[in-house]
Design a protein around this ligand. Structure first.
Ligand SMILES: Cc1ncc(COP(=O)(O)O)c(C=O)c1O
Length: 449
C-alpha cells in the first residue's frame, strides 16, 4: 500500500462510521478508497481498475464520466446554486423535472410530484401523503401499511419499518407499529416442494386476503412494493402476481405505493418496473437513476385522486406543512433533467431491451456452476444464489479480479450501468465466472465441498 493510501486508510478508520459495514472488521481492513471513474469502470487509490457491476448502489446508470451531467450542474451552480420550493417559491429546473416525470408516467396516471433527497425520504413522504389522504377523506382509522418480507424501502424510521429485512430492524427498535408484513413473492425461496408458480401465487395472495380480513380493510391504508425486490436478493415476481395483488387491493380500497427507486428509468427494459409488470400505482417513489446519482434527488409521485384529497385536506390547515430544505434543489434537478434528456436521446431503455437477452443468458449460463443454486433477473439486473454462505467470499474474490458485485445474504447481485456494451457484459461475466471458480477451488481445498 502506498504511503498516501495508507494515510487515507488511517484517517478513514479514525473518522467515519461506514453504512452497511462490519465495524470491527473495518478497523482491521480499512476502506477501499475509490479515486476516479470512467465509463463503467472505477479506479481505486492504488490505481486498480474495476468494472462497476453494481452501478454503485444500483444508481449510476450513465457510468462515472458523463460530462454533460457535470456541465449541467456547473451551469446551474453559476446561475442559481440554491433555492427552495417552500412557500410557493419555484425554480425552472424543478418545474421542468416535475413535467418530465409526469410525462414519463402519464400512462401510470401520475399527476403531481413532491421532491425529496433520498429513496428513504421519498417513501417516508409517501406514508405521510397516504395518511393525510385518508384523514382528508374522513377515514382516520385507515392507517396500517402492508409491506413484504425481503422488501427494501430504505432506513429512515418509517421506511426502515417498511423494509422487511431483519438486519435493518435488530436493535434499531424497528419496525414501528402500523406495519403489517406479508409474503415475499419468491417461488425459489418460499415455494413448497412440487408447488407450481401459479399455485404459489394463489397461496401467497390467499395469505394476503386472510391478513386483510383479520386486520380489517377499514384499518389498512396502503401496500408498499418494489416491482423487483432489489436489496432483498433481486426477487423477480412470478407471472400474474401483480395482477392478482392489485385486484385484492382494489377490492379493499387499499392504495398501492410502488417503490421504483431501483427499477425506475429503464432498469427492467421499460422506463418503469410498473410498465414491465403491468402495475397501476396510486403513488410512486423514484430516486437513484433519476440523476444517475451524480447529485442526490428523489421524488414521490401521486395520482390525481391522492393529490386532490391532500389538497382539500391542507385547505383545513392553511398550508401543506411538509417539505425538506433541499427538495427539488436546482442543481440536482438540472442534473436530473440532463440525465432524462440523455436517456431519451440515446434510447437507453431500448438499449436495455437489446442487451437484456445477452445479460440474462450469461447469468443463466452460470446456473450450471457448482456454487450456484439459482439464477434470476430481468433487463439489466440479476442475481445468482450462492451455496454454503460463500456469497461474501465471491464478492471479495470478484473485486480481486477487477469486478464489483454485491453480496446480499446468499445472493450475489449484478446491476451494471445502463451504458454497458456487449463486450463489457462479456467481461463482467467472464470475471464473475472466474471468481466463482476460484472460490469453488478454495472451498474444495478447505474440504467444504
Ligand atoms: C427499492 C429501494 N427503495 C428505497 C431505497 C432507499 O434509498 P436511499 O438509500 O436513497 O434512502 C433503496 C436503496 O437502495 C432501494 O433500493
Amino acid at each position: 500500500m502506498s504511503q498516501a493510501t495508507d494515510q487515507l486508510s488511517q484517517r478513514d478508520v479514525a473518522s467515519i462510521l461506514h453504512p452497511y459495514t462490519q465495524m470491527a472488521q473495518h478497523r482491521e481492513t480499512g476502506p477501499l478508497v475509490m479515486a476516479r471513474g470512467d465509463g463503467v469502470y472505477v479506479e481505486d487509490s492504488q490505481g486498480r481498475r474495476y468494472l462497476e457491476g453494481m452501478a454503485g448502489l444500483w444508481c449510476t446508470s450513465l457510468g462515472f464520466s458523463e460530462q454533460r451531467l457535470v456541465d449541467a450542474a456547473a451551469r446551474q451552480m453559476q446561475t442559481l446554486p440554491y433555492y427552495q420550493l417552500f412557500n410557493g417559491r419555484a425554480t425552472e429546473p424543478a418545474i421542468e423535472l416535475a413535467e418530465r416525470l409526469l410525462a414519463l408516467t402519464a400512462d401510470l396516471g401520475m399527476d403531481k410530484v413532491l421532491f425529496a433527497n433520498s429513496g428513504s425520504e421519498a417513501n417516508d413522504q409517501a406514508v405521510k401523503l397516504v395518511w393525510y389522504h385518508f384523514n382528508a377523506l374522513g377515514l382516520p382509522n385507515k392507517k396500517k401499511l402492508i409491506a413484504r418480507v425481503r422488501g427494501y424501502h430504505g432506513v429512515t424510521v418509517m421506511a426502515g419499518s417498511l423494509t422487511g429485512l431483519a438486519a435493518n430492524h435488530a436493535d434499531f427498535d424497528l419496525p414501528v407499529d402500523r406495519v403489517l408484513r406479508t409474503d415475499c413473492p419468491s417461488h425459489h425461496h418460499h415455494g413448497l416442494p412440487g408447488e407450481s408458480e401459479s399455485a404459489f401465487v394463489d397461496r401467497i395472495i390467499g395469505h394476503l386476503e386472510a391478513l386483510i380480513e383479520r386486520e380489517g380493510a377499514d384499518t389498512i391504508a396502503a401496500f408498499f412494493a418494489e416491482p423487483v425486490q432489489g436489496a432483498g436478493g433481486v426477487i423477480v415476481p412470478p407471472a400474474g402476481y401483480f395482477e392478482r395483488l392489485q385486484a385484492v387491493l382494489r377490492r379493499h380500497g387499499i392504495l398501492l405505493v410502488v417503490d421504483e427507486v431501483i427499477t425506475g428509468f429503464g432498469r427492467t427494459g421499460q422506463m418503469f418496473g410498473s410498465q414491465t409488470f403491468g402495475i397501476q400505482p396510486d403513488l410512486m417513489t423514484v430516486a437513484k437513476a433519476m440523476s444517475s446519482a451524480y447529485l442526490p434527488i428523489s421524488a414521490t409521485l401521486m395520482s390525481k385522486a391522492v393529490y386532490d384529497t391532500v389538497c382539500s385536506g391542507s385547505a383545513k390547515h392553511g398550508s401543506f406543512a411538509h417539505g425538506v430544505t433541499y427538495a427539488g434543489h436546482p442543481a440536482c434537478a438540472a442534473v436530473a433533467n440532463e440525465t432524462l434528456k440523455i436517456y431519451a436521446e440515446r434510447d437507453l431503455v431500448g438499449q436495455v431491451r437489446a442487451l437484456a437477452p445477452q445479460m440474462q443468458a450469461r447469468l443463466q449460463a452460470l446456473r450450471s456452476h457448482p456454487l450456484v443454486t439459482h439464477a434470476r433477473g430481468v433487463g439489466l439486473i440479476g442475481a445468482l444464489e450462492i451455496a454454503r454462505d460463500l456469497a461474501p467470499r465471491v464478492q471479495a474474490v470478484a473485486a480481486e479480479q477487477g469486478l464489483i458485485v454485491r453480496a446480499l445474504r446468499d445472493a450475489v447481485a449484478v446491476c451494471p450501468p445502463l451504458i454497458i456494451t456487449p463486450a463489457q457484459i462479456d467481461e463482467l461475466f467472464d470475471k464473475l465466472g472466474r471468481a466463482l471458480d476460484l472460490v469453488q477451488r478454495e472451498a474444495s481445498a478447505a474440504g467444504r465441498s
